[in-house]
Design a binder for this molecule. Structure first.
Ligand code: MN
Length: 210
């Protein structure tokens, strides 16, 4: 059984960049629905229910044909949203665990190495998020050669299924921003940088390359 994780902050913690109503519906309705459908899918497949979500998404090819698409959509939906909540925090750049600003340490170094500098990285990542056609996600991943890459996935597809380790993501589905921003996805993406929790990204990078 999978459970909806509690948000690591209050629904209004990301205001004014992401409003409380959007967060409440996104977490309490959309994410909950993925968890419910995942549990329903797994109810008759004990061996897959016993696997971790990461294992499941990394081995979709081995899943029975009858549940493979459901695991991909609902398992991905659960994993991606949990990941997204964790890589945001209340705007407090420079403070421990606060959102926004710029990364430092090994993460800053890795970004500079792969993208030349932070501004280029930010622009490239934003462009990926804005240009996801339809519903999907933009990601910063560590690939099989330990290189950082910016990738997009459609629907609820997860980089784990493509042999990549995600370390940062933004939800580019309309439900992530429409109440507050309507069709203005670029504005949502630009504001979202104010709540990126770089500490969580740095931790994921450290885990991915060790
Ligand atoms: Mn979403």
């Amino acid at each position: 059984m999978h459970d909806l994780p509690k948000l690591p902050y209050a629904y209004d913690a990301l205001e004014p960049y992401l409003d409380a109503k959007t967060m409440e519906i996104h977490h309490g309705k959309h994410h909950q629905a993925y968890v419910n459908k995942l549990n329903e899918t797994l109810s008759n497949h004990e061996e897959w229910g016993a696997k971790s979500l990461e294992d499941t998404l990394q081995s979709l090819d081995e899943a029975p044909g009858g549940i493979r698409t459901a695991l991909r959509n609902f398992g991905g939906g659960h994993y991606n949203h949990t990941f997204f909540w964790e890589n945001m925090a209340q705007h407090a750049p420079g403070s421990e665990g606060g959102g926004g600003g710029e990364p430092d340490g090994a993460l800053a170094k890795a970004i500079a190495e792969h993208f030349k500098d932070f501004a280029i990285f930010k622009e490239t990542f934003s462009d990926a998020a804005v240009t996801v056609f339809g519903s999907g996600w933009a990601w910063l991943v560590v690939d099989a050669n330990s290189k950082l890459q910016i990738v997009k996935t459609l629907n609820q597809d997860c980089p784990l299924s493509n042999n990549q380790t995600p370390i940062l993501t933004i939800d580019a589905w309309e439900h992530a921003y429409y109440l507050q921003y309507q069709n203005r996805r670029p504005e949502y993406v630009e504001n979202w940088w104010n709540v990126v929790n770089w500490d969580s990204v740095a931790r994921r990078l450290a885990d991915a390359v060790k």
